[in-house]
Design a protein. Structure first.
Length: 486
């Protein structure tokens, strides 16, 4: 029942917040999101105690004639993704406290509605239900970007919507094809294990077709090269909280989908086309990193860095070994936390100085030393310094890709070097040296901004120093996935 509660509670909360206004809506949304995080901690406790599996599973026939069930459950992979989602949403809401939004009830209601859909994606055990939640997650973020985005938001948001919807239709076709090859006591089924069995029964050519139908949807969502063209403009023009939702959580839908809904379904398709997928992922790492180096706008730089990071995650997943997939799961968690911190920093810079142009900034450390320290910790986590959250996953990822191919690992490892170049150099230009514009002043951080950054920095350090609790869950989840693949 806890799993159903994780979906039902934010849905009811969002409907209530839609009816509220101003600060009341904002405070209520924060309170509800914290309660949702507490529920996820209860689910984690149940998962680790392993005493009551029924608390983490909910299965009811939905459309019996089509074999569709409202089937949700929490396993090792799902609990980590749910924790990431429910941890980040309160921080995202708290980070908005200094921003004024027209019709704030709708803004915060959409965030909670999106949280419901994201949790649904991660816990769904029915292919049709997974697709429903997948599409539901698109609707709130579309309106968040469209109504509260920046200049030219109409065209940019429409491009994002069409791209994502286009990929989703391919995935639906692939899932329907698998569904039509299921046979459970004479009936067809959408259950994930039945789809696994149906996929494995297909010939190589059929598995290859299903591989590409489903892979394209996930590749667009992450995104990886060459399906990434919607991402930089969308990230830059979306309101900061929308960008955080997109980068911190929503792109994890794609990497999660690869692990649960692609690799175990078509093992022969993976064997035939995995190298191509890794090639695209690694090319995207180098391509996006090089573009990030020359960016002038700090928010756009972070957007391209996200493509590079997710390229490494994707390469690790397609290496299909213990270290690669486990590293991908750990890096999904680390990237979600770090990128939310980075986009908040970009928003703070804009609010305090009126610009995100790297060349126009400088000397901020001398104006606010506390901000300089917090900024540096987030940056070091993003470049995977040892004893920060980014190191654990990145080490495992490069190890996993190396086991697949040493040559490919050499190129994938460039993400470490190039990431250090654009992250540390941008920090140097923004924070150090002399002030370039005497009219720019950087005052004290607002309480809500400082609180979010302190929490992010604490997680960056704690996760890096002692990753064992989460790493153990990721290890168990990876073993289950590999068992399903083989």
């Amino acid at each position: 029942m806890l799993t159903a509660l994780l979906i039902g509670f934010p849905l009811l909360a969002s409907l209530l917040v839609f009816c509220l206004k101003g600060k009341t809506a904002r405070n209520a949304a924060l309170g509800f999101s914290i309660i949702e995080f507490v529920i996820s901690l209860m689910a984690l406790h149940q998962y680790k105690s392993n005493t009551s599996a029924t608390m983490l599973t909910f299965d009811r026939a939905w459309i019996h004639s089509l074999g569709i069930h409202f089937s949700v459950s929490i396993d090792g992979l799902a609990i980590l993704m749910v924790l990431l989602t429910t941890f980040l949403v309160p921080l995202i809401i708290l980070s908005s406290f200094k921003n004024e939004y027209t019709n704030s009830g709708s803004f915060y209601g959409l965030i909670l509605l999106m949280q419901m859909a994201l949790v649904g994606v991660f816990v769904a055990n029915d292919g049709f239900l997974f697709y429903v939640f997948w599409e539901l997650a698109l609707i709130p973020i579309y309106f968040i970007c469209l109504l509260w985005g920046g200049e030219n938001r109409g065209a940019i948001t429409f491009k994002f919507f069409v791209y994502t919807l286009f990929g989703s239709l391919f995935m639906l076709i692939g899932l329907i094809y698998l569904y039509n090859h299921t046979n459970v006591e004479g009936f067809k089924s959408w259950a994930v294990q039945d789809l696994y069995n149906a996929g494995r029964s297909l010939a190589v050519e059929q598995q290859s077709a299903v591989f590409w139908l489903i892979f394209i949807a996930f590749a667009i969502k992450m995104p990886i090269f060459p399906f990434h063209t919607w991402q930089p403009d969308t990230y830059v023009n979306a309101p900061t909280q929308g960008t955080m939702l997109l980068s911190g959580i929503m792109l994890k839908m794609g990497t999660f989908g690869l692990i649960k809904w692609l690799l175990p379904v078509v093992p022969l398709g993976l064997e035939k086309w995995g190298a191509t997928a890794i090639g695209l992922s690694v090319f995207g790492i180098v391509y996006a990193s090089c573009i990030a180096i020359v960016q002038k706008d700090y928010k756009r730089l972070i957007a391209y860095s996200s493509i590079a990071h997710v390229g490494l995650i994707s390469a690790g997943i397609f290496s299909a070994n213990q270290q690669g997939i486990q590293g991908a799961i750990m890096q999904m968690l680390a990237h979600g936390v770090s990128v939310v911190g980075l986009f908040l920093i970009a928003d703070i810079l804009l609010r305090h100085t009126g610009t995100r142009e790297i060349d126009k900034l400088g000397g901020i450390r001398s104006m606010n030393g506390n901000f300089a320290v917090l900024f540096l910790i987030v940056v070091l986590g993003a470049v995977a310094l040892p004893l920060t959250n980014g190191f654990v996953g990145e080490f495992l990822l490069i190890n996993g890709v190396y086991q697949y191919s040493a040559k490919i690992a050499a190129f994938a490892g460039l993400t470490v070097i190039l990431g250090a170049v654009y992250m540390l150099r941008s920090y140097q230009h923004i924070m150090l040296g002399e002030r370039k514009d005497s009219n720019i002043a950087f005052g004290a951080l607002d309480g809500s901004d400082k609180m979010v950054l302190i929490i992010v920095c604490a997680v960056v350090i704690a996760f890096g120093v002692y990753p064992k609790p989460l790493n153990d869950i990721a290890e168990e989840a990876t073993k289950v996935i590999l068992m399903n693949i083989k």
